[in-house]
Structure formats: structure tokens, C-alpha cells
Design a protein around this ligand. Sequence first.
Ligand code: GLV
Ligand code: MN
Ligand code: MN
Length: 420
Amino acid sequence: MSADLHIDGLRLLAKIEQLGAIGALPGGGVSRLAFTKEDGLGRAQVREWMTELGLAVRMDALGNVIGRRAGEADHLPAVMTGSHIDTVATGGKYDGNLGVLAGLEVIETLNDRGITTLRPLEVGFFSNEEGSRFAPDMMGALVYMGDMSLADACASVDNDGVSVGEALASIDQVGDAQIPGPTPHAFVELHIEQGPILDKERLDIGAVTAVQGISWQRFTFYGVSNHAGTCPMSMRHDAGYVAAEVTRKVRQMTRHSPDSVGTVGVINMHPNLVNVVPNRVEMTVDLRHVDEAELVEAEAVLLAFVAATCEAEGVTFRTDRLARFQPHTFSPAVTGLIAEHAAELGLSHRLMSSGAGHDAQIIGRKCPAGMIFVPSVDGISHNIKEHTEPHHLIAGADVLLRTMVSLANQPAGGTQAGDL
Ligand code: GLV
Ligand code: MN
Ligand code: MN
């Protein structure tokens, strides 16, 4: 590939700042929870950029937006990139956004140079990747690929009882593009690592081989409220106590394996008063593991612990499944291509797996997919302090450009890569 094929770094950085200003938080972070007014404003901005680049823009009924650039052989399946522009409520400006904006930068670079690829190119942003307002995460990609029905997605409700369907309509993001969408020839996603590995090892690029499995559950414990001063400890049915024990257990369960992580992210106590024994607690548990069998085992151990603890305390419980994803292995051919282009650019790189969930793992169920990681300073993400150095953002986008061009020039039938 031509040695001087590079994206325009300053243009990419400017777009990241511009999008990051929508829903900006004091201190530098961003809050654009899925289908909020801020998400709607971010969507409008990215759609405008897509249109300015001459892309044919389509949106489906879950608000997934795809911009398409024609190829010489336009009937062939497209090479797609993209990610998400929704954020957690206390997020940074790079998580997801980098992948979408780098995709636009790839298109603009090719437009500027008058380069047409054999296959069409597509850049998308998938709705509600984060899942922090509406479960499950990666909802848009699931619906786009036909792995979740539109009706099920639209029925998901947030903590205020607002459904996805209502929230989508309120920001006018219901389109008519085909669901499921066309399966691409290949999918590549650029993302910040969100963990400490590349930063610690002082490497530029991660070629991602796999994503670990994710299990999200909500537990609700039902006890009995009573007076904090008068009710003897032996007579309590304390839902708050059960939640505390489960929190401790989640941490303890991760100790046997460095690959095991567990998080209690939400605890809502009721009535949440200093002198009243809690009668109800909702809590979430996020368990992840690279090995599906280990994840299944962890879920079983936790459930047994919950049942035993509730029984001893005279508390009842229910569980709701919020999300469940098995570990996913990316296409070795796409991963290899990413590593090859990183090397060609003189960038230091390694193979690695992902701790976070990504749209690519859903799209990659049906077509060859891969991911490019760039370092997160101090491994911090889902935090307003999330940061990636500008030269790494630019390097990642350069690898994306070359990987997409390589994939998009693969003819039908004869291929350069084994599993494509
Ligand atoms: C998505 O950000 C996740 O929770 O992995
Ligand atoms: Mn993300
Ligand atoms: Mn995220």
C-alpha cells in the first residue's frame, strides 16, 4: 500500500472535540446516554457529517445509522466500520466515538485522494451500545444483525419506566432501513482499549483476538422494614444486609482467577432511610470471563450463595437477566491484517483480548470481524478522565484506513485472507 496513505490527524482530533462538546460534563467527560436529548444532538451532528462526505445515509427503526460510499463493484457486500456514540452517564469522549469518527476520516481521506475501492465502504453508529440506560448493551448491533427482535428491543425500559420505543420516538430517530441490515463482507472497529495493557507496555496498537463473555443480572431482594432501634437483630429480614453479603461474595469469587472480574454497579435501597431496615433492594451484578464454562460456573456459584443467604435472613428474591454474551473470537485473517498494517506503519503492536463488550463482537458472529485498540492512559475508561494521546488516536485511524482499503479491494471469490 502506498507509503504516504495517511488520514488527516488534526481533522480527526477536531471532530472528536466537536462531538465531545455535545453533552460535555464539567471536568472533561461526556454524558450522552442512549436516546436522550444529548444523544439526539450527537446523532444529528454525525449524520450531518456523513451527508457532507457524500455518503448515502440510512437509519433503521432502532436508530442504527449507516453511511455508505459506493464501490467500483457496488453489488458486492460492503466493508463496514463503526462503533457507537452513546456514552455512559459519566463517560469520556473517545469510547465508541473514536471508531465512528475515524470511520468518517477514512472516507474523507479516500474522497480527498480520489481513491475508489472495489467494494463499497460503510460507516455506522449502532444504537445503545452501552446498555447503562436500557439493557442489554450492544442492543443496536443485535437488532441490526437479526439477533434480537425490534419488538423486544423497543420494550426494554429504563429506571423511570420509559421504553426504548418511547425514547427513540421522543428524539425522532425511527427510520425505515431494512432490519436486519445487510451482512457486510467484513467489519473492523477502532476503539480505545479501556484497560491498562497497551499503556503499561508502551505499545501503540492492539490487534484484538477475542472479547470475554459478559453476564449481567439484576437481583431484587424483598425483606421487611422495621425500626432500626427496636427490632432485635435476630428478628430482622434485612434486604440491605443480603445485598452487602452478595457484594462481598462477588469480589471474593474473582480471587481464584486473574481472568475473572465481577462488579456490583447499582444498589437501590428502599426506603433508603437511616433508621429503617431496608425492605427491598435492587442490585446489578456484572460478571465477565474469557472462558464460557468458567462464566457459567460463576453464575451458578453466585445463585447458590444468593439463595442460601436469602433463606438464612428470611428474605425472598427474584433475578432478571439483563444481558448475556458468550466470549467471541475474531477472524484471525482480519486480526492478521490489522497487525500487518500496524507493522507496515512502524507501529509497535501486540495481539490481545478485550475486557469490554463491543459492537464488533455481535457483527462478527456473521462475518469476519476484527478490532484495533489504541492505549488508554492509565487504563481508565467509563470515567470523565478517560484519555488517549492524540498520536495514538491518529495511529489507530491510520491502521483502520489501511485495513479497510485492503478488505475493500478483496474480490469476490478469490481472497487474500484465509477465512474471508
Ligand atoms: C460496554 O461498554 C461494556 O460494558 O463492556
Ligand atoms: Mn465502547
Ligand atoms: Mn463503554
